[in-house]
Design a protein around this ligand. Structure first.
Ligand code: AMP
Ligand code: GLY
Length: 428
């Protein structure tokens, strides 16, 4: 099988690594890929926004399956354009990608299908949204409808905060077109987890659980990032709770999509919260999560390639996933200044040493300089992942390897996963 992966981050590096290990896979091509993916994939600098050029590459390379990593090309309909040319694609079409691309679409779907979610109202008029925000009883979340680079969700403590949030989204147009409509939503409290499932348009095949750490600062403080680390599994989630998440949330979602004529073939990523009333769905993404994928794939014992192909072909039926009993932890090394402005081009040392220590190092933002040395080229630079008998052991190995890697201004959180094993209260 020849596979083409769309994307260039740590998630895509982990996908390329897992697919390249498959005895069924002859070659992995990444578009555009990254310097760090060179060992597992051939990188081809085609513009992902040029769907015709991607299809042409698939034709000349005789690609059997395209795996689309990020949401942007999915929302833009890359999967549709490739399928129209007879190419098998892992990833939903633009209709299914709305589950991530439009909060209003997703919330209406949950309500109509009776899927447990926070109480909400939607508005396309700033005056009415402000009036409602002021009179809302209890803490509120204001969400821009469209894709806002992960920044369109504003958690508010007071009515004044909420009114201000509506102004930011709708009047100052801080997120452009994405803020033309807003969702006002009850602010829930509980413990979050990420649950992925492969979908073939009809059924779901769930992964094991993972948790990511989105804030830049230890103790979950400071601004949101693309993700500073992840662990898998999430110990508080029992088999029974996992089954409830699949039966009450993921499976009804695929059914509801299907009833609307949407044949969702790809990954469904549920951002769930365990509340006093059980699971609630906070959001869906239409693709693998980053960095949860980097912590999940090293635990997956099943061959990923035929699974993604089965999902693309609409026939997952009867398949199962085998997982290692080991836990896994992923620590993100970021550039100085991230998630604000940061310098690029800082030389990275200790990569080989980290691998010799038993870690997997996925590249999120690196390039090679004239001497062929790796240098920083993104906000998130490396994802250092290790497995171990327990989360504590996996974390110890990941941090040891992360400490062996050096570049000027290296940032990392020292508390990834600590809530999972130190007997402290789980993150609320
Ligand atoms: P979203 O993009 O909808 O996932 O929101 C990003 C983050 O905001 C989530 O991971 C939660 O931490 C938080 N969040 C979203 N919706 C709610 C809600 N209704 N109640 C509490 N927190 C929320
Ligand atoms: N881990 C968060 C995301 O992938 O959106």
């Amino acid at each position: 099988m020849k596979i083409l992966i769309i994307g260039s981050g740590g998630r895509e590096h982990a996908l390329a690594w897992a697919l390249a290990r498959s005895p069924e896979v002859e070659k992995v091509i990444a578009v555009p890929g990254s310097a760090g993916m060179g060992r597992v994939a051939e990188c081809v600098p085609v513009d992902v926004a040029d769907h015709g050029a991607v299809a042409e590459l698939c034709r000349t390379e005789r690609i059997d399956l395209v795996v689309i990593g990020p949401e942007r090309p999915l929302i833009a309909g890359l999967a549709d354009d490739l399928r129209a040319k007879g190419i098998a694609v892992f990833g939903p079409g633009a209709d299914g990608a709305r589950i991530e691309g439009s909060k209003v679409f997703a919330k209406n779907l949950f309500r109509d299908a009776g899927i447990p979610t926070a109480r909400f109202e939607t508005f396309d008029n700033a005056d009415s949204a402000e009036v409602r925000a002021r009179e809302w009883q209890g803490p509120l979340v204001v969400k821009a409808d469209g894709e806002a680079f992960g920044k369109g969700v504003l958690l508010c403590d007071t009515p004044d905060d909420a009114v201000q949030a509506v102004r930011t989204v709708m009047r100052s147009e801080a997120f452009g077109q994405a803020g033309r409509r807003v969702v006002l939503e009850e602010r829930l409290s509980g413990t979050e987890m990420s649950l992925f499932a492969l979908c073939d348009g009809k059924s779901v095949l769930p992964f094991q659980t993972a948790q990511d750490y989105k804030r830049i600062g230890e103790g979950d403080t400071g601004p949101n990032t693309g993700g500073m680390g992840a662990v898998s599994p999430v110990p508080f989630v029992t088999e029974e709770m996992l089954k409830a998440a699949v039966d009450d949330i993921l499976a009804p979602t695929v059914n509801a999509l299907r009833e609307r004529g949407i044949d969702y073939r790809g990954l469904l990523y549920a951002g769930l919260m365990w509340t006093a009333d059980g699971w609630k769905i906070l959001e869906y993404n239409c693709r693998f999560g980053d960095p949860e994928t980097q912590s999940l794939l090293p635990r997956l014992e099943s061959d990923l390639a035929p699974l993604l192909m089965a999902s693309a072909n609409g026939d997952l039926g009867g398949r199962e996933l085998c997982w290692s009993d080991d836990a896994s932890a992923c620590v993100v090394l970021a550039s100085e200044g991230y998630p604000g402005a940061y310098e690029k081009g800082r030389i990275i040392r200790g990569l080989r040493l980290a691998e010799e220590m038993g870690a997997l190092v996925f590249h999120a933002g690196t390039s090679r300089n004239d001497q062929r040395l790796f240098a920083t080229s993104g906000g998130r630079v490396l994802n250092v992942t290790a497995t171990g008998a327990t989360i504590a052991e996996a974390l110890e190995k990941a941090y040891e390897a992360a400490d062996a890697i050096e570049f000027e201004g290296k940032q990392m959180r020292r508390d990834i996963g600590r809530n999972q094993y130190a007997g402290k209260d789980l993150k609320a």
